[in-house]
Design a protein around this ligand. Structure first.
Ligand code: AMP
Length: 618
């Protein structure tokens, strides 16, 4: 299944590895690939089994662990050893999850701090990253078993609202599982890709992605322009999903059979059986009008109409979220071109109808809603693998990237909104004779002065051989790979000395941060231009003083007393001007100094030339 290539230079065989797409879900996870022959995305599954792997980890007493369907069986009987919904804990502190602590039936360490949460099982502690890595490891092993080839590279999806810490945690979980995570992409983006949206470069579309899973609901409004996805808004409810539909049915049956909730909660087996029956009923009602079953002699019955009535308030909550999302996106409902359905619970006809009626158009539900996110991740993986060259560029840099130059100015190498991967380079030189090192400070932002931007990294290029100022050629190059990692390299071209550093450009920046930085740059634009001009004038003035000083040390004997005095005075005046925040004054004083030095500089130059000519026959 993997591709084989031949390296023409060496003649050696190179096995090109398959990149998989992974939907690491709250309830279920799965892996998808692009089928090498049909070129269509497919979810991986063993014969006769589901592609979905429950995102559940069970620890036995010996410390061994199982993941998936096997682990799920212990949810009711061994709640303290059976971890579900680890995704809800990703990148969170205990304070973040405090108010929902009762949701977790296992022990979430309560140290009441801002440090990241851990889960305790027996005497062992696991971070959500560890737990997610166990799930990913299982997915990797399954994929390798099915594909019969090593799987080491993946694209993993996360909710659009995940912040950088949560994205980084997901990336780390992948790394722990032995996966090279080439890209983290948003779930709604993946779902759109699975429908082929965004793959046409000239397309401009606004999409609503309605994602109702087992325990969570998300609505995202996306805009695609030239293959670039932008999240306009997100909304939802992290504790609303198909499980609530099941609970509503259970409640209905309890009323029917006269059982009380207390009696139920005391009987774990009965409550589990009832819950499973409720889920069965719900699924059955997606394509039938009535459901009937017997449980311990009791008849359990529910019609589609009854079910629809039970879940109506839940559905209308999701529609409220849709309304808010549209409002936050700053658009009218009619501006939405396409509606995409994601998550198993969108199979419920009443859900589909409500969403379709709210957006005033038919919804896209042709692709299996459980698999659509993973399938889209596989499409993205294929693009990254270079199999779909036209669509290599799906992401852009949100802010400009550059380095600090003389006087604290920002020199932009990669402007904002550049498509990635991208690279840029520029040459710099030293400002002092014999300078052996150069500090490279990398900044992100739109302002002219680096002090107003965000420092990402700093390093020293050392070992530049002694040369007069201006002679070394230091090439600084920026490379952003498809994964969004920036690699900065500084290399002195004459000597070959080189230093490199890796930076994650977006780490720690939320969309709001980016927005604020952009807004600041607009608000301060005028101010910044003036500041830049002043800094440039100061730098030039300082350089002029330095060269004049050097000239005088070398040539003082050749100058008249008057010239020396005038020069000293003009230098002093320039020195003084440099301390004042007035670029015009600096320019004026520089001109005066130049006017004084020009005649004797020319005279000395002529002398040097005629000296050199002496004794030479033409
Ligand atoms: P997900 O988290 O996307 O895997 O969605 C799982 C949820 O979808 C669970 O609550 C399932 O019970 C629900 N689900 C799966 N199939 C159906 C169906 N045919 N009708 C209604 N709900 C379903």
């Amino acid at each position: 299944m993997a591709k084989i290539g031949i390296n023409i230079a060496t003649g050696s065989l190179q096995k090109e590895e398959m990149i998989v797409g992974i939907d690491l879900g709250t309830t279920n996870s799965l892996v998808a690939i692009i089928h090498p022959e049909s070129k269509q995305p497919i979810a991986l599954k063993e014969h006769n089994s589901s592609s979905l792997v429950p995102s559940v980890v069970h620890f036995d007493e010996m410390g061994g662990l199982t993941v998936g369907e096997e682990a799920r069986k212990f949810l009711i009987t061994e709640p303290q050893n059976t971890i579900f919904s680890a995704k809800r804990l990703m990148g969170k502190s205990y304070n973040d999850v405090k108010q929902n602590a009762s949701f977790f039936t296992y022990k979430v360490i309560d140290d009441d701090t801002e440090s990241l949460v851990k889960v305790q099982v027996g005497d062992k502690f696991y971070s959500p990253i560890d737990l997610s890595s166990f799930i990913l490891k299982e997915l990797k092993a399954r994929a390798e078993h099915i594909l019969k080839t090593p799987v080491t590279k993946a694209v993993i999806t996360v909710p659009a609202y995940f912040n950088d810490a949560q994205r980084q945690a997901t990336r780390d979980a992948g790394k722990l599982a032995g996966l090279d995570v080439l890209r983290i992409i948003n779930e709604p983006t993946a779902a759109s890709l699975a429908y082929g949206l965004g793959l046409n470069k000239d397309e401009q579309k606004t999409i609503a992605v309605y994602d109702l899973g087992g325990g969570t609901f998300d609505i995202s409004i996306l805009q695609i322009t030239n293959g670039i996805f932008e999240v306009l808004s997100t909304n939802g409810d992290t504790y609303l999903g198909g499980d609530d539909f099941d609970r509503a049915i259970v409640k209905h049956w309890l009323q029917q059979t006269g059982l009380s909730e207390e009696e139920m909660s005391g009987n774990k087996e009965l409550s589990q059986a009832l819950r499973l029956k409720a889920e069965e009923a719900k699924k059955h009602l997606s394509s039938n009008n009535t459901f009937e079953a017997k449980l311990n002699g009791d008849l359990l019955r529910i019609t589609k109409a009854e079910f629809n009535e039970l879940i109506a308030p839940l559905i209308s909550k999701t529609i409220d979220s849709c309304r808010n999302a549209v409002k936050d996106a700053g658009i009218e409902i009619s501006a939405i071109d396409t509606v995409v359905m994601v998550g198993g619970s969108t199979r419920v006809p009443a859900v589909k109808e409500a969403v379709s009626s709210f957006f005033g158009k038919p919804v896209h539900d042709e692709v299996n809603p459980d698999e659509v996110v993973a399938l889209g991740a596989a499409v993205q993986a294929d693009i990254l693998a270079g199999n779909n060259k036209e669509f290599l560029l799906l992401d852009i840099t949100p802010l400009s990237l550059g380095i600090e130059t003389m006087g604290g100015l920002m020199d932009v190498l990669i402007p904002r909104n550049s498509k990635i991967p991208t690279k840029a380079g520029r040459q710099y030189t030293t400002s002092k004779d014999g300078q052996s090192g150069m500090r490279i400070s990398v900044f992100q932002g739109e302002r002219d002065l680096v002090q107003d931007n965000r420092k990402l990294a700093e390093f020293n290029l050392t070992g530049i051989p002694a040369m007069p100022a201006g002679l070394p050629k230091v090439e600084v190059s920026f490379l952003i790979n498809a994964d969004g990692i920036l690699v900065v390299t500084a290399r002195e071209l004459r000597s070959g000395v080189e230093q490199k550093i890796e930076v994650k450009p977006q780490y720690g920046l939320s969309d709001e941060d980016v927005e604020k930085m952009l807004l600041d740059s607009i608000t301060h634009a005028k101010d910044d231009i003036a500041k830049r001009a002043l800094v440039e004038a100061k730098t030039e003035g300082e350089q002029l003083l330095e060269t004049t000083e050097k000239f005088l040390t070398k040539n003082a004997q050749q100058l008249t007393q008057e010239e020396l005095v005038q020069t000293a005075e003009a230098m002093q005046a320039l020195q003084l001007a440099l301390t004042m925040e007035d670029k015009d004054l600096i320019h004026k004083k520089m001109e005066e100094l130049n006017d004084i030095s020009r005649p004797y500089a020319e005279r000395l130059m002529d002398m040097a030339v005629s000296q050199a000519m002496k004794g030479k026959t033409i």
